[in-house]
Design a protein around this ligand. Structure first.
Ligand SMILES: Cc1cc2nc3c(=O)[nH]c(=O)nc-3n(C[C@H](O)[C@H](O)[C@H](O)COP(=O)(O)O)c2cc1C
Length: 201
């Protein structure tokens, strides 16, 4: 089968919220996490640490104790595997640097790595969904995560159910998110041409 291009993968990826019972091979999970190792991170601190949870009892426990009761995430009971994305914060970058600049670098690092998970999963023909609404304390207890490690997100991984319908994809238009030289200034061909002409003078 032809390999998908990056553009195709980006456009194909959706949040998958219904999975088949089929088990996810351990090697596939390794390949998915391997993709995270190449994500960029502030000062190359690589704060990411991932816990793959595939044990049936633990998967059930995670759903019941950390997502259960939240209607928004009720769908997650069909997930065969969770990846728990944790961050080991570096003192210099994620505490001193982040404090000085008021920028939570470890969240940025983790976001980049998690996107790699989602894209790689899509490329391999599996589905995933990023979960940011969960009970941190409960997951910490279930998985024995030390105090100095932050739990940033959960990601479900599995084979998409054939019954799953992702719903309409709502996206802001390019005009709404892209500006030229100044916040709010449209990135229009006219503005761009004017800029080229002025810079040549
Ligand atoms: C930081 C973050 C947290 C999210 N948390 C949840 C969540 O708790 N439950 C859920 O069902 N989806 C969650 N999502 C998925 C978004 O709802 C989804 O990406 C968005 O609606 C766009 O749909 P798409 O992923 O299918 O393109 C989260 C996504 C991000 C980036």
């Amino acid at each position: 089968m032809r390999k998908l291009t990056l553009d195709e993968i980006i456009k194909l990826r959706r949040s998958v919220r219904m999975y088949e019972g089929k088990k996810v091979d351990k090697e596939i999970l390794k390949v998915i996490i391997e993709a995270c190792r190449f994500a960029p991170s502030a000062c190359n601190a690589q704060p990411w640490r991932f816990i793959v949870v595939s044990d049936k009892e633990k998967v059930k426990m995670i759903f019941e104790k950390t997502l259960g009761g939240v209607v928004l995430n009720d769908w997650a009971k069909t997930a065969p595997v969770y990846i728990v994305a944790c961050a080991k914060k570096s003192f210099l970058v994620h505490k001193v640097g982040a404090g000085l600049k008021n920028i939570p670098y470890h969240f940025l690092d983790m976001g980049a790595a998690i996107e790699h998970i989602l894209l790689k999963t899509t490329e391999l023909g599996l589905g995933s969904c990023w979960i940011g609404w969960f009970n941190k304390k409960a997951i910490r207890n279930i998985l024995h995560i030390p105090r100095n490690i932050d739990v940033v997100s959960l990601i479900t991984i599995g084979y998409e159910s054939q019954k799953f319908e992702p719903g309409q994809r709502e996206r802001l238009s390019l005009e709404e998110i892209l500006f030229l030289n100044k916040y709010g200034e449209p990135f229009s061909p006219k503005n761009y041409e004017t800029e080229i002409r002025t810079s040549k003078k």
